[in-house]
Ligand binder design. Structure first.
Ligand code: UGA
Length: 449
């Protein structure tokens, strides 16, 4: 089939590469000239493992505008829906793409909405600019850093829209559903059972995406609450959470406590889900609490560091990305933490294996190694769970630091190893014996109340 993908970000390029691998003729449209030039030059500005290599093997044409929309049987919308100032997604890019598709695409073409959009958006576009096409909500569940594995070996494929589009969409994903001739990825799923393909209404598919991210974020907030409580009562958070996870109804993933969740999806999608509920006059108590807890977690961690240090002390901050395995710093808890520490009058020298500079944050001094960032520091703070931080030589770091405090915001280091290297250790809930912050918090990650 001829496929046009609008948007060359994470979801767009991964969708384009996968659909090309499955045998379709794919054009990917990108309006940002720098990003377009990078893809055309064979580079991967997203640094997603395996993506550049896959693009060398398949035929994806990158173009600045959609000249062949009229020939496309499938048009994938994968543009950004960033969080607007009121917490609702900004749909400007979706509206622009829809107007263009409505004006040029052939009648009956399937428009796959892969951008995360508020419930009701697909139906609204179907009854508006895309009335001649068939609008299908087809949310993605890709994790940054594992995007190809998640795209070729998904846990489920969710899609919803006009009933006469169902078969075509299922056929588009046939080889993925049947696990037939897919690439041999290191972290590939070995199961041979077909991938569940769930067809539903567009509104249900749209809500499924928010529900999944909202639930995962809530699970993390709950795990962080248990970790805080474990500290307060003198229990071992790792033992408690690890044992909880053995119950298959709970599951062991997404129980690692930390200084809070972030990234381009969870903060935006939880706020959007809350806005959807608010818009219907529904008070989504659990979700609101999960969002508030996340802001409190970060502030509590920052407050514990502030309490332990004298004004103008120096912090060696390890990690700037929102999680390991990505160069993405959007809504990164590490950067939100750095801002809080700077606001408190501390100075911050940071190191992250995937970040060379941070032009938007000139007060965070980005160094080129762990030791450089920790040189002369009064406290070392781990803010991202990069494996190299788990394996670092703590004694060498301790020789470079001035102070002996190690704040491990990602539960990466065994307290006994920290102590053996001469550090006083604190986990993500703050210093041992420290009080848990309970005062009012804002719901926007990183903005102080
Ligand atoms: C998330 C979802 O996991 C994907 O399924 C979804 O498709 C994607 O959002 C999206 O909506 O596009 P991603 O943002 O790449 O993927 O990040 P995750 O790996 O889910 O991590 C989110 C945050 O939770 C990170 O800050 C991470 O450090 C934190 N986290 C995760 C923990 O603190 N503890 C854990 O045990 C797991």
């Amino acid at each position: 089939m001829r496929v046009t993908v609008v948007g060359a970000g994470y979801v767009g390029v991964v969708s384009a590469a996968v659909l090309a691998y499955l045998g379709n003729r794919v054009t990917c449209i990108e309006r940002d000239p720098a990003r377009l030039a990078a893809w055309r030059g064979g580079d991967d500005p997203l640094r997603e493992p395996g993506l550049r290599e896959l693009l060398q093997r398949v035929d994806v044409r990158f173009a600045p505008e959609a000249t062949d929309l009229a020939e496309s049987e499938v048009i994938v919308v994968a543009v950004g829906t960033p969080m607007g100032s009121d917490g609702r997604p900004d749909l400007e890019q979706v509206e622009t793409a829809a107007a263009q598709i409505g004006a040029h695409a052939r009648s009956g073409a399937v428009v796959l909405m892969r951008s995360t959009v508020p419930v009701g958006t697909c139906d609204r576009l179907q009854n508006g600019p895309l009335r001649a096409q068939r609008v299908v909500s087809n949310p993605e569940f890709l994790r940054e850093g594992h995007a190809l594995r998640d795209a070729f070996f998904p846990d489920r494929i969710i899609a919803g829209g006009p009933a006469d589009a169902a078969r075509g969409v299922e056929e588009l994903y046939r080889r993925i559903i049947d696990r037939e001739s897919l690439p041999d990825l290191d972290d590939a799923e070995r199961s041979s059972a077909p991938v569940p393909f769930r067809w539903m209404s567009a509104a249900s598919a749209e809500l499924t995406k928010y529900a999944a991210n909202g639930f995962l974020a809530t699970k993390l907030s709950f795990a962080n609450e248990i970790a805080n409580l474990a500290q307060a009562v003198g229990a071992d958070a790792a033992a408690v959470l690890g044992s909880m996870g053995l119950d298959p109804r709970i599951g062991s993933q997404f129980l690692r406590p930390g200084l809070g969740w972030g990234g381009s999806c969870f903060p935006k999608d939880t706020r959007a889900l809350q806005a959807i509920a608010d818009g219907m006059g529904y008070d989504f108590l659990v979700l609101k609490a999960a969002i508030d807890q996340n802001a409190r977690q970060l502030r509590g961690f920052a407050a514990a560091i502030e309490r332990a240090l004298r004004p103008r002390s120096q912090v060696g901050l390890l990690g700037l990305t929102f999680k390991a395995g990505t160069a993405d710093t959007r809504e990164s808890p590490a950067i939100a933490l750095a801002r809080l520490l700077l606001q408190a009058g501390l100075s911050v020298n940071a190191y992250d294996p995937a970040v060379r500079d941070l032009p938007a944050e000139p007060r965070i001094r980005v160094r080129s190694s762990v030791l450089d960032a920790c040189e002369g520091a009064d406290a070392v703070v781990i803010a991202t769970e990069w494996p190299e931080f788990a394996a670092m030589d703590l004694r060498a770091i301790r020789r470079a630091t001035r102070g002996d405090l190690l704040f491990d915001g990602r539960s990466l280091i065994a307290p006994s190893s920290a102590a053996a290297a001469g550090f006083r250790y604190a986990g993500p809930t703050g210093f041992v014996g420290g009080a848990i912050e309970t005062k009012a918090v804002t719901t926007r990650l990183g903005t102080a109340a």
